[in-house]
Design a protein around this ligand. Structure first.
Ligand code: 13P
Ligand code: SF4
Length: 397
């Protein structure tokens, strides 16, 4: 199996330098360039209130069909129990679009998911994110201005006309709007291959953003491209750190972004678990680094991971490389199988974890009392362009 050569300057994994936005993960202070919200308003119930579950239930019952609660697989147990539907980001986007009668879509997930829900739902529907600080650090690694500058670089190199942007769902509405405006599509971890197949039927090159790993893993492991067909565009360097010739020679132009949670898994984690548990099946999310994915037995979205465990025989052993809330739930749901977290260290997604029971109770009680809180809205122009890209994804063959 191939591995990534860390000494190679282009097309390969590199740890991005920390950005100021990365310091705002917990929602303290305002960052206008950030896709996530900022300080969360509201008079939250005390986390120690023993009645939180009963309060959430009462508010949920009072809202009835007026509200629909979506829960991503990385949400905490205390929150996911109130979800009407759980899913990966693709399924949740579909579900949001399929609920035209719900007045409120309460999104237990992160900011880019709530934005996508707003784009896909009607004007009469309100999307609520229980904590405005629930963002995604990966999404913040591609800002609109940076992506516009990148397109200028591609234009100057003479390749923009033959390049199709493919943006991961984990991106701001602005980036989705850019993608739609330039004839591209959105993808998720469950349809990235289909999105790339489609994109290469429309153009000669793909600009894949913001997750370099999903782009590289899909291009190399599913489309059969080589690592040398990929270059890494660094928005913090002039010209992306690439020469015009490198851009002309490349097939996949990968944005230099990554998930800090999945970036924690390493080849050592895989080797270590294989030594500790002989015969273990290593199953990872495609946001993991290329060398981790190539060393794994199976790779797929959160929904894929859940289905793989459901289908696994009793007595089998599994090491899962994705967010810990999901892995813990899988271990509990499959007592007849050995399910362990791929790495020895804890790996929650801190922003997914922002949605806790106090925030959910506060959001549901406020809505039930007639007060609309934490509404996520996308402006009309951005929404129109972004919807074209999201609709393209929903229509992928
Ligand atoms: P899924 O689409 O697989 O649910 O992944 C979303 C995500 O944010 C993973 O980090
Ligand atoms: Fe973003 Fe990574 Fe958290 Fe997913 S797990 S929401 S990509 S930071």
């Amino acid at each position: 199996m191939s591995t990534v050569d860390l000494d190679q300057p282009t097309g390969r994994w590199e740890d991005p330098s920390p950005t100021p936005a990365a310091l705002l993960l917990l929602g303290r202070g305002a960052d206008p360039a950030s896709e996530r919200g900022v300080d969360c308003p509201g008079d939250l119930p005390a986390p120690s209130d023993p009645n939180l579950v009963a309060r959430a239930r009462a508010a949920r019952d009072k809202l009835g069909d007026r509200a629909f609660v979506l829960g991503h697989h990385y949400q905490r147990d205390e929150v996911i129990q109130f979800a009407d539907v759980t899913g990966d980001s693709f399924k949740l986007a579909q579900q949001a679009a399929a609920r035209p009668d719900a007045e409120f879509i309460v999104f237990c997930g992160v900011h880019f998911m709530a934005e996508s829900a707003d784009i896909l739902t009607g004007a009469h529907q309100k999307v609520v994110l229980p904590d405005l600080a629930a963002g995604c650090s990966m999404a913040d690694m591609a800002t609109f201005d940076q992506v516009e500058d990148c397109w200028d670089v591609l234009t100057d190199a003479g390749v923009a006309d033959v390049t199709i942007p493919v943006s991961y769902m984990n991106s701001s509405a602005d980036i989705k709007g850019f993608t739609g405006k330039h004839g591209g599509t959105i993808c998720t971890s469950s349809n990235a291959k289909r999105a790339l197949d489609w994109a290469f039927s429309q153009g000669e090159k793909v600009l894949f953003l913001p997750d370099q790993h999903l782009g590289r893993n899909t291009a190399v492991l599913e489309l059969g491209l080589s690592l040398d067909d990929c270059v890494l565009f660094d928005p913090h360097k002039p010209g992306g750190g690439l020469t015009p010739q490198q851009l002309r020679d490349a097939t996949m132009i990968l944005w230099r972004g990554h998930c800090s949670v999945h970036g924690r898994f390493s080849l050592d984690s895989v080797n270590d678990v294989r030594e500790r548990i002989p015969g273990v099946n290593v199953l990872v999310h495609p946001e993991c680094r290329h060398e981790v994915v190539t060393a794994a037995d199976l790779v797929g979205s959160t929904e894929f991971i859940i289905k793989a465990l459901d289908a696994a025989p009793a007595g089998s052993a599994w090491a899962i490389g994705t967010e810990l809330n999901l892995v813990k739930r899988l271990a509990l749901a499959h007592p007849d199988k050995q399910v362990v977290f791929l790495d020895r260290t804890v790996c929650f997604c801190s922003t997914m974890n922002r949605i806790d029971l106090p925030h959910l109770v506060w959001a549901l009680e406020s809505l039930a009392a007639g007060e609309l809180v934490n509404q996520i809205t996308v402006d009309e122009q951005t929404s129109r362009n972004a919807k074209a890209a999201l609709d393209q994804m929903l229509a992928l063959p």
